[in-house]
Write a protein that binds this ligand. Structure first.
Ligand SMILES: C[S@@+](CC[C@H](N)C(=O)[O-])C[C@H]1O[C@@H](n2cnc3c(N)ncnc32)[C@H](O)[C@@H]1O
Length: 246
């Protein structure tokens, strides 16, 4: 994203829709999270939001600390997962000690961080042999209706020329960056799909009339699909990168 101010606005847009986010954004497949962390047990969920990735980590039985800067996202996480230690903080200044965790994961969040500053902090809080993993739930646009939905919901603040966010730059304290993709799906109604769309930053920060027009278009398109009466599945690709701390 070329415009730093727009980037900051989009990075800070999630809290206004925290409850909707928690209700309608997809979670993460446990096999993807397991691939990212291996058998490591002390895990930091960085940019934890409302706790979508935290929930998958809890299913694996690990010890999770959640760090999240947005008070509204943090409050939603604390309400849904009251037993998880949840701390105010940013990726560029992580409020944890040196070598204090075995894994740092960022779900749908690494592209919002200042990558260089965040990697300096991530490698500081990781013990040697620990792992950094970044996960993104991407649209599976090999499916025709998904491809159409993606094109219908671009807004004036989308950045189609930007590279896919699934990228972690090399860092001297991290080993080779490995990648993997896990297919999964989420059960939807038209309303839950549109509710999820409303929480995307390129839609949330668009001018009011543009946002509502895009969402109305999405609602109309989805409602007209033969399979969208009642419930249907949204196919997703969970894209994961991981790198071990030297
Ligand atoms: C798309 S949400 C992802 C939330 C959660 N990880 C998930 O997978 O659902 C991005 C989150 O990153 C947080 N965020 C934005 N900038 C951040 C930063 N510099 N450091 C840490 N978190 C940040 C936002 O507040 C938001 O909760």
């Amino acid at each position: 994203m070329d415009d730093p101010q727009l980037r900051e606005t989009r990075a800070g847009s999630f809290g206004a829709n925290a409850a909707l986010y928690a209700e309608h954004r997809p979670g993460y497949p446990v096999d993807a999270v397991e691939w990212a962390i291996g058998d490591r047990v002390r895990v930091l969920d960085l940019g934890a939001g409302t706790g979508k990735l935290t929930e998958a980590l809890l299913e694996l039985g690990v010890d999770v600390t959640a760090v999240e800067p947005d008070p509204l996202m943090r409050a939603e996480l604390a309400r849904r997962l009251p037993d998880v230690p949840t701390v105010d903080g940013r990726a560029e200044a992580i409020p944890l000690g040196d070598a204090s965790v075995d894994a740092v994961l960022a779900g749908q969040a690494f592209h919002w961080f200042d990558n260089a500053e965040a990697l300096a902090e991530i490698t500081r809080v990781l013990r040697p042999g620990g792992v950094f993993g970044a996960l993104w739930n991407a649209y599976d646009d090999s499916v025709p209706w998904v491809k159409t939905l993606v094109s219908l919901t671009a807004t004036s603040v989308s950045n189609p020329s930007a590279p896919a966010p699934r990228h972690v730059p090399r860092h001297e304290l991290l080993g080779e960056v490995e990648e993997n993709t896990f297919k999964h799906q989420v059960l939807r109604t038209v309303d839950s799909m549109v509710g999820s769309l409303r929480t995307f930053s390129h839609i949330a920060v668009a001018p009011d009339d543009e946002r509502e027009a895009v969402l109305a278009k999405a609602q109309e398109y989805l409602s007209g699909l033969p399979d969208s009466r009642g419930t249907f599945y949204q196919p997703l690709l969970c894209e994961v990168v991981r790198a071990v701390r030297r």
